[in-house]
Ligand binder design. Structure first.
Ligand code: PMP
Length: 409
């Protein structure tokens, strides 16, 4: 040691200003502990891909390479495979969207779609409106382009139109206009609520009047537990809405296939931005998805996913009612992966996490990660998609004990 303070990162002065918006996840280190088998993790939002017919998927993958290997292992068009884009139109039709294959851009997961949307619209200091709370991966994508996120209140029926109106009115007074409103209308991550059908047109009208685009992010739309799909915002307005879809939750997250549909001019910019990032989406993955959609009763597979997630949701809600202190409240998701918990007053979910993992042997995501402005200390997100129902019950029981103890401290 020469007595000087060691510099943690010698490159720190060379990074672009946009990296200042990138914050390392404070909970990442804890999650390496949460991966241990004795810890029940209700943290990550991973789909239960073991429910897929893996033999069939293996057969389809082999067939893709045997029949079309020279294309599947090659670069391809930046917009994505034409056959898959046509099949995607069939998927979107289930939510009332009418689109042609030329309207669709295939992406590397909808996360890449979030990145290119942010890339083409956001300059430093631009404002994005987002629900309160909002998807952590979208907040990360917007932060990379140094945007400011302004949160708009939600309730059990999703984004509150009156709150949106009020936020826009305030911003107009300040001479500002948001670049877009980002919403997850169905089975929200992390809030677990769904935007009421009766609010959808109203929100589109408010945005149209204020000349604000809507970005509709909808990876969970077909995972409603009663089997009915809500009519998408994009089905109600083609000019005002950019729609993001994904195969991560209805097929497999590891194949990284999502898509985006946008008004014509925007579409061209998105293709250029996408080509600059990845050249083209993954050919092999796209062909595999296309085979799966074309030759397998894929809606039956979605039903299997829905049914098993419903059983897990029930296990989670029953255990919350049985084991959590009375001043706790939580949402009751009608689909998707997540329950949003509001803790008894005075308990900080982030401060509680090390104890939950180390002594309680249960993990969750603290609420602050889902806000750009420091809210959410009293909230946490539970994800019930991956653990078996018995593990969910036990995990919630353990967490209930940690919360009860915390309340007495
Ligand atoms: N949007 C939301 C709301 C999500 O929950 C997720 C995945 N957790 C994504 C986008 C990203 O999904 P993909 O795997 O398609 O990149």
């Amino acid at each position: 040691m020469d007595g000087r303070t060691p510099r943690l990162d010698p490159y720190v002065e060379r990074y672009a200003a946009r990296t200042h918006g990138m914050t390392a996840s404070e909970i990442r280190a804890l999650f390496s502990v949460a991966d241990r088998p004795e810890v029940i993790s209700m943290g990550g939002g991973s789909p239960f891909v073991s429910a897929l017919p893996l033999d069939l998927v293996a057969e389809l993958a082999a067939k893709v390479i045997a029949d079309r290997g020279a294309q599947a292992l090659q670069y391809m068009s930046g917009q994505g495979d034409a056959r898959l884009r046509e099949l995607i139109c069939g998927v979107m039709a289930l939510e009332g969207i009418s689109a042609s294959p030329d309207d669709v851009i295939v992406t590397v997961g909808s996360q890449q779609a979030l990145d290119i949307v942010a890339r083409i619209f956001l300059d430093p200091g631009d404002v994005v409106l987002a629900e309160a709370p909002s998807y952590v991966g979208a907040l990360g994508a917007f932060a990379q382009y140094q945007a400011t996120v302004v949160h708009v209140a939600m309730d059990d029926d999703g984004l509150v139109p009156e709150a949106l109106r009020e936020t826009l009115r305030r911003m107009t007074e300040e001479g500002r206009r948001p670049k877009f409103l980002y919403v997850v209308p169905n089975f929200h991550n992390p809030a677990g609520v769904t935007l009421a059908d009766g609010r959808r047109d109203e929100i589109l009208e408010i945005c149209a009047a204020a000349d604000v685009l809507v970005v509709e992010d909808n990876p969970y739309g077909l995972l409603g537990f009663d089997g009915t799909a809500h009519r998408a915002l994009r089905a109600r307005s083609t000019d005002g809405v950019i729609y993001l879809g994904s195969f991560s939750k209805i097929f497999a997250s590891g194949i990284r296939v999502g898509w985006v549909v946008a008004p014509t001019g925007v579409k061209e910019k998105l293709i250029m931005a996408s080509e600059a990032t990845t050249l083209c989406p993954v050919a092999l993955s796209q062909f595999l998805v296309a085979e799966f959609l074309a030759h397998h009763p894929w809606q039956e597979q979605v039903r299997i996913f829905r049914d098993l997630y419903r059983v897990r949701r029930d296990a989670c809600l029953e255990a919350l009612a049985a084991h959590f202190p009375p001043e706790t409240s939580w949402t009751r998701p009608a689909g998707g992966f997540y329950v949003w918990v509001t803790l008894p007053p005075g308990i900080d979910a982030k401060a509680m996490l090390p104890r939950a993992i180390q002594q309680g042997r249960v993990a969750y995501v603290p609420g602050t990660g889902f806000y750009a402005d420091g809210q959410g200390a009293g909230n946490l997100r539970l994800s019930y998609s991956l653990p078996e129902p018995e593990r969910i019950r036990e995990g919630v029981r353990r967490l209930g004990a940690v919360v009860a103890e915390e309340r007495e401290l």
